[in-house]
Design a protein around this ligand. Structure first.
Ligand SMILES: [Zn+2]
Length: 448
């Protein structure tokens, strides 16, 4: 049987296993469902054992969420490929917003709906399909690595990678956790923005004052804060903080209609910033005010507000340094606070941006395999969001080739209600990964 036929033959079984995985409510952010995260790890162990994987283990840091590793040793002279996915999922959110029950995988209009179908139990299912197509005897060494805490920011991943460094070491890491360019068109993600945040507090008075008696001479903290926040952008909406980097943008047109549809921007509202859409989405910094502490309107009185706080989210361009960028934002706030108001800024978490180098024999073989499987060439994209673990892998294994692939498409609604997986794309992704492993097995590495 040809390789494409073998993959095709595996799809019904793999989809049945994916449905079972979706039924497990492995929400890592919900401590009440920790047993479900354990259960999904156990189910993955069983699926790897069924493939007669000779070395399956569960690893974790202390009592943190379990990651599963399954190792298929490399045939003599062949490279090792680590296939990454995660088995934890985002909370389902408001169940009423779902058209189908979130934890019962349901097929509708060529898509499989359910939490985790695309992010990222579908990613694991692709790895499963490829391994089954080779009947558990892949032509290269394969280490399947299925994390259990990606959706809470992979708090112990760096430690796991370091503690199990030799065990996880590979020539290629395939991280199946991004988004394809469109239904029917695959993508490799080659850049990711970083993230940082801070809380800024402005104080002008030691207690609230009558706004009639003192208004016009004593500054209120909320107005001072609003004026400060307004300095973060120019009139066009470009970030106006000095010292933040911008990365070179790919020549790729993001269809404006698609952006309108995906974002739900209201009629008459302008886009902000300048440059091409992909430059603004993937390559430039962005700043948003994401929360404000001030009296609610319903309890307003005619008082000059003494203290006000805001939380600011910063997106950092690929190639920039997240801590340095956050320091530049904090300096801007300190330099621009109006009226001599007192200011405290507390720096929050940062996540580093990534630039993924897509060169070398593995990358070229992957590109060819994806073109063949999908019948169309892959697109190289960035992501505006942050996948910190891409940087973690790069840091711990600097010589490895990293390929960031996907099963989801822009309609997959990862993290939202009605998450779904396009079944045609899923089949293509399974074939692409299988052809890619086959191609890696044929590479003449002596030349390289
Ligand atoms: Zn994910």
């Amino acid at each position: 049987m040809s390789l494409p036929d073998r993959v095709q033959a595996q799809l019904p079984g793999v989809l049945a296993d994916l449905r079972e995985l979706v039924a497990i409510e492995s929400v890592s952010a919900d401590s009440a469902r920790a047993a479900e995260v354990e259960r999904s790890a156990e189910r993955i162990v069983d699926l790897l054992m069924d493939l007669r994987c000779p070395d399956v283990r569960v690893i974790r840091v202390k009592d943190e969420a379990p990651a599963v590793i399954g190792r298929f040793p490399a045939p003599e002279g062949k490279p090792t490929v680590c296939l990454y996915a995660h088995h934890d999922v985002q909370p389902e959110g408001d169940r009423a917003a779902w058209r189908t029950p979130p934890f019962r995988a349901t097929e509708l209009d060529g898509r499989l709906f359910g939490r985790g179908t695309a992010d990222d139990k579908g990613g694991f299912a692709v790895h499963l399909a490829a391994l089954r197509a080779f009947d558990g005897k892949p032509p290269v060494g394969v280490t399947v690595f299925v994390e259990g805490e990606e959706e809470i920011g992979s708090p112990t991943l760096t430690q796991l990678l370091e503690e199990h460094h030799n065990y996880l070491a590979a020539d290629v890491f395939v991280i199946a956790d991004s988004v394809n360019w469109a239904v029917g068109q695959p993508a490799f993600t080659t850049s990711l923005r970083g993230v940082g945040e801070c809380i800024v507090e402005v104080r002008t008075l030691d207690h609230g004052l009558h706004s009639g008696v003192y208004g016009g001479v004593a500054p209120d903290a909320l107005t001072a804060l609003c004026r400060l926040l307004a300095t973060l952008h120019d009139d066009q909406g470009n970030v106006a903080v000095a010292g933040l980097a911008t990365a070179p943008a790919p020549e790729l047109e993001y269809p404006p209609d698609r952006l309108r549809e995906e974002s739900g921007i209201l009629d008459g509202v302008d886009w902000i910033g300048s440059g091409s859409i992909v430059e603004r989405l993937w390559c430039k910094p962005a700043i948003s005010v994401i929360a404000l502490d001030a009296p609610p309107v319903a309890r307003a009185s005619n008082t000059l507000i003494p203290t006000a706080r805001a939380k600011i989210s910063l997106r950092v361009a690929p190639g920039d340094d997240a801590s340095r960028a956050l320091a530049a934002l904090i300096k801007h706030l300190e330099d621009h606070v109006p009226w001599g108001a007192q200011l405290t800024v507390v720096a929050g978490e940062t996540g580093e941006p990534s630039v993924v180098d897509f060169t070398g024999p593995y990358a070229e073989a992957a590109r060819a395999a994806f073109s063949q499987a999908w019948g169309v060439a892959p697109v190289f994209i960035g992501q505006g969001g942050t996948i910190p673990m891409v940087g973690d892998f790069g840091k711990v294994f600097p010589d490895a080739t990293i390929l960031v692939t996907a099963v989801g498409d822009p309609d997959s609604r990862a993290h939202g209600a009605n998450e779904s997986l396009h079944l045609g794309d899923f089949a293509a992704a399974c074939l692409a990964e299988t052809l890619m492993l086959d191609a890696f097995g044929r590479l003449d590495l002596e030349d390289g």
